[in-house]
Unconditional design. Structure first.
Length: 761
């Protein structure tokens, strides 16, 4: 049914549909993710919610609430860039709820908002396809509440990506109608919101569908347009990626520099985590589409048997036949890539293509419902019997091929639509369409169950249960760090504990490593670097060289009772552990051999690379490690240090130092600032056991000073004798360049909008 263009976006129907989706979104999410009677299975599919997402959002948005940009994370891995990781979602507007609510509750609120926008934006896209409101409503329900959504909705980055996807397709479909630059601007903003959602893999998968669709709509509009439409069309479509790149620059310019320094950048960029069953083979896609019964994890290809039954009817819709053919071919190709394209895709997660494939299927189903529910004066008109017969044939095939639950869902669809096929009045169509929408929602509501334990149902369980214990561990750490060694407790204990509380951690889980960090952890644990890129928290009682923890200022070791750590376990490696507390299966040890985070040394030796630095440190585990340090032989800081204090020979005995005149202390710090005071009787090197990374700047007594890379992965400064005040500040130039680009782009868009408003008669 083709709707007159003047009524395409009427306010009242959108208001009613918006109210409906506001009600349905929390009902669906609470049933799928956090029902009161759910047993809450602790499986690997949900571990990232507790280990990565919850701590990351807790830290990032708590910093924003304090009025500080979370550019740096000092709580994990001896410090690491934070905002440069696109998964943090700091620039995603839908994540603003994390500023207002506790993280566990905000995860639910963000999902409610995303589900609402998914459905409403899909209705907008369906109206751009000239679908009537009732079929558009059905399409919105199918898109927002299908199996793929149930698998992704607990992850904020996936929820935001799926929410903005229909708005991008609306702009691609709507722009060729009248070549309005405002629509092109909306498309660019939608693409920017996809880019900063936090899932580059899913964004790339959506672009795999959006780019050819934009090309199709552009060429179609240009061929049908007036003279000069070619340049207007190309200009508008070129404007969308320009706007998207400009608005998303605050995220992606620092991300690009950060990725270049990582050990495994592609694994970090293409990280995709969700809890759903993906068809293993192409022939399994249909089986998943017909599996109308709940399971432990939702089947991602399931979008309701009613939606499958009307797919053939969509090909009878003349006004959208070209797009139906396009989405049919595209969905088949995407399903193939998601099931059989692993070899050709390399590190890219093939499962990401399931989401745009379902979007394509939903679009075809929406057009099919629009065709089946088309009203007419003559009930015997062949214009309705063709698509109706195709739908009934498809329903019969589903009935005979599918299982009993699918049969139970296909029969009500036929019974509900039969009255309208006989009496094709508008009010009958509206009632039948509303009944179909209800049937589809009940179907998806019952099959999208997810048995994972969500943080919403168990807010901060570990931190709350061990609060007093963690406070005692923080006091024992002084200005140092802790590590967490857990065996059976790994799935329940948040390994990124530092971002959930005030305890500074030297390890972490699911955090990207730079090349230098990967080399350090490879030496420490004896594990492969590829494994460390996924989970650097690999410490066990069999760790290769635990003595390196002393240089990381690890003063506290938290170990589960089944980890095998004892007082003598690491003593021969240079650690001096003493047990101070046991709490609910977690043992707290204090390491009396740990170096302080900041100290002064009188001598240094040059090295090239983190591997040589680690080897040199390990060769001299005896004696006082504060007699010397190793310095990377590069940069201005190295040249100045060599002129100030020549390097010590490798076999030289330590020089006598008047240690009574040496004083070094951290006097102030926050996420991106460390202020120290140092006093020494002779030249030496200040060692700060915080991660060396581009973007850090140093001042000595108010004057800029080049930073050294010392002891493999840490920061340092060459200092003359005397009293000094040192300030380290994290000021990454790529971030400020990206932020300026984003603000300039948004400013230009605002000015262009105001000019267009002022020119209206």
């Amino acid at each position: 049914m083709v709707t007159p263009p003047t009524n395409r976006y009427a306010f009242f129907p959108f208001f009613v549909l918006g109210a409906l989706f506001i009600v349905l979104a929390p009902v669906f999410w609470l049933h799928v993710e956090a029902p009161a009677d759910k047993p809450g299975l602790r499986t690997t599919e949900h571990a990232d919610l507790h280990q990565r997402i919850l701590p990351s959002f807790q830290y990032g948005f708590s910093e924003l609430r304090r009025g500080r940009l979370p550019l740096w994370n000092p709580r994990q891995l001896c410090g690491a860039p934070f905002l440069a990781d696109p998964a943090t979602g700091v620039f995603q507007p839908l994540n603003a709820v994390f500023l207002l609510l506790p993280v566990e509750r905000a995860m639910a609120a963000q999902a409610f908002l995303a589900l609402f926008l998914m459905a409403l934006f899909f209705v907008l896209f369906a109206r751009a396809l000239d679908a009537a409101y009732v079929p558009a409503m059905i399409g919105g329900i199918v898109y927002a509440f299908n199996g793929a959504t149930a698998a992704a909705m607990s992850h904020p980055e996936l929820a935001a990506t799926l929410a903005w996807t229909p708005l991008l397709f609306w702009a691609l479909r709507e722009y060729p109608r009248e070549w309005r630059l405002g629509v092109a601007g909306a498309g660019g903003l939608a693409a920017a919101m996809l880019a900063v959602a936090g899932s580059p893999a899913l964004f790339a998968a959506v672009l795999a569908l959006a780019l050819p669709y934009g090309a199709l709509r552009g060429t179609q509009g240009i061929r049908e347009g007036e003279k000069g439409a070619l340049w207007r069309g190309l200009g508008g479509y070129a404007l969308m990626p320009v706007i998207a790149a400009g608005v998303a620059a605050a995220q992606w310019i620092p991300t690009a520099f950060w990725l270049a320094d990582l050990e495994n950048p592609w694994a970090t960029l293409w990280r995709l985590e969700f809890a759903g069953q993906v068809p293993a083979r192409l022939r399994d896609v249909l089986a998943h589409m017909l599996a109308a019964q709940p399971d432990v994890l939702p089947r991602m290809a399931y979008c309701g048997v009613a939606a499958l039954a009307v797919l053939p009817a969509a090909f009878f819709q003349r006004s959208a036949r070209l797009e139906v053919v396009f989405f049919a071919i595209a969905a088949a190709g995407l399903f193939y890539a998601a099931t059989a394209g692993a070899a050709a895709l390399g590190d890219f997660p093939r499962e990401a293509f399931i989401f745009p494939a379902i979007f394509g299927v939903t679009t075809i189903a929406t057009v099919g419902f629009d065709r089946v529910l088309a009203t007419g004066r003559d009930p015997r008109s062949p214009l309705i019997w063709g698509p109706a017969l195709a739908m009934l044939v498809a329903a019969g095939a589903i009935f005979f091929l599918a299982s009993a639950p699918a049969r139970g869902r296909i029969l009500p669809l036929v019974l509900v639509l039969l009255p309208f096929l006989v009496f094709r009045f508008r009010w009958v169509g509206g009632c039948c369409g509303a009944a179909v929408a209800l049937l589809i929602f009940v179907d998806l509501y019952g099959t999208g169950v997810n048995q994972r334990l969500h943080p919403y149902a168990s807010p901060s369980g570990f931190v709350a249960a061990h609060r007093n214990f963690l406070i005692a561990a923080e006091e024992a750490a002084l200005d140092g760090r802790a590590v967490l060694i857990a065996q059976t407790a790994r799935k329940t204990t948040p390994l990124n504990l530092g971002m959930l509380g005030a305890l500074r951690m030297a390890d972490g889980a699911l955090l990207p490593l730079s090349r230098d960090q990967a080399g350090w952890w490879e030496a420490l644990t004896g594990n492969e670097r590829s494994l460390l890129s996924e989970d650097p928290a690999a410490l066990t009682r069999k760790t290769a060289y635990p003595g390196l923890l002393n240089w990381m200022a690890v003063r506290v070791v938290l170990a589960s009772v089944d980890s095998g750590i004892t007082l003598d376990a690491w003593r021969q490696a240079g650690l001096r552990l003493r047990s101070v507390r046991l709490d609910n299966g977690i043992q707290c040890f204090v390491n009396d051999a740990a170096l302080p985070r900041a100290y002064w040394v009188p001598a240094w030796r040059p090295v090239n690379g983190v591997d040589e630095a680690v080897e040199t440190l390990l060769k001299t585990t005896d004696g006082d490690p504060r007699q010397w340090c190793v310095v990377e032989a590069f940069g201005e800081g190295y040249t100045r240090l060599a002129a100030l204090l020549p390097p010590a020979p490798s076999d030289a005995a330590p020089m006598p130092v008047a240690w009574a005149g040496v004083w070094c202390r951290i006097v102030e710090e926050d996420a991106g600032l460390v202020r120290l005071r140092v006093e020494s009787p002779q030249p030496g090197v200040l060692v700060l056991a915080d991660t060396f990374a581009p973007g850090w700047r140093a001042e000595v007594n108010g004057a800029k000073a080049p930073i050294l890379q010392v002891n493999g992965i840490f920061r340092g400064l060459g200092l003359p004798g005397g009293a000094h005040e040192i300030v380290f500040r994290y000021r990454p130039i790529p971030f400020w360049a990206g932020l300026a680009t984003s603000l300039a782009t948004l400013g230009l868009l605002a000015m262009a909008g105001l000019v267009r408003i002022a020119r209206r008669p």
